[in-house]
Design a protein around this ligand. Sequence first.
Ligand SMILES: Nc1ncnc2c1ncn2[C@@H]1O[C@H](COP(=O)(O)OP(=O)(O)OP(=O)(O)O)[C@@H](O)[C@H]1O
Length: 362
Amino acid sequence: MSTIEIRDLTKKFGTFVAVKDANLSVAAGEIVCLLGPSGCGKTTTLRTIAGLERATAGDVVIAGQRVNHLPPEKRDIAMVFQFYALYPALSVGQNIAMPLHREAIGSAEVATRVRKVADILHLRDILDRLPGQISEGEKQRAAVARAIVRDPKCFLFDEPLSRLDVELRHSMRGQIKAVLSNLTKATVIVTHDQLEALTMADRIAIMRDGLIEQVGSPHEVFAKPANVFVASFIGTPQMNLIDAQFKSYGNGKAKVVFDEQDVDLSVHPAVANLKAGKVTVGIRPRAFTVVSKDTRDTIDAMAELIEPMGAETLIHARTKTGSDIRVVVPRDKRVKIGEALHLVPDPAQTHVFADDGKAVRA
Ligand SMILES: Nc1ncnc2c1ncn2[C@@H]1O[C@H](COP(=O)(O)OP(=O)(O)OP(=O)(O)O)[C@@H](O)[C@H]1O
């Protein structure tokens, strides 16, 4: 089975801990993205799986075999780096064929395999060209073709699309995902681009300061962030994270109060059991309804900045004690700078994080 597992993996450089007690398992046919800010340990994790770095503690297991002691070439992994280097003097076809020269197969078999991956990646018509005569997207596809031509146990990609322009990146994401999903190999992709992770991954591992903070499907990490960091990292525009005081009224009714304003949390059963005290409330900018002032509890804020975003408008508003609130409304909802907004958050989409930053859940 083509699987990748890391167990309690720690990687230190001197005394600096780049990756700490990381656990992750990637099933055959699954794409897992390592996502996180610069320096969080994504590349180090990938390089340790590949054998380019040695684990300080813990295990790397590939296809059920512990490989800590094996050099990269014995791990049967294909890697695609951000700076994929194609040999400039060799044709695209010859570049793709390079990894096959280490295998004991005849030239007819090599040609057949190259043609097969060239078909998958739409490179058939440019196999005879030199790298200097093809586009960036074609170079990237050739690098992927070279990685998959050998039928390795699994794939590792390090920021494979970051050199491409936005439009090309968008189309390549879909193409690479489609190719990988037909290959039933475990794949790990490192990226700092959340859109890339959300569109390509079956699951995302979000890292910070060497720690894996949460592993889940794109929907899970967006809809159920495990802590304040994940909540703030996933989603655009960023989730509003508001310091508030929690109050429980019994009977499953609870509220948080900030800026002398109440936010109703009565439908959030786990939250009702919290002790009174300080919490952080997370509300995505699209989880508000803008209402006219009535008897309901509303968050009141004044629109300060209005940013059109195509079909939607992003409003930056400020409460009377100075908290910033981001609200996204449909474009046809006209709001003026200086206008008072009365906001009702959807309780089902209101996240509560306890004092230690962890999400409070049922
Ligand atoms: N060979 C090394 N020696 C010392 N420190 C290193 C080495 N390689 C990486 N680090 C440090 O380990 C930390 C994690 O680096 P890593 O490259 O894994 O981060 P990353 O999440 O991939 O970041 P980026 O997105 O910027 O590439 C960083 O603080 C980095 O400076």
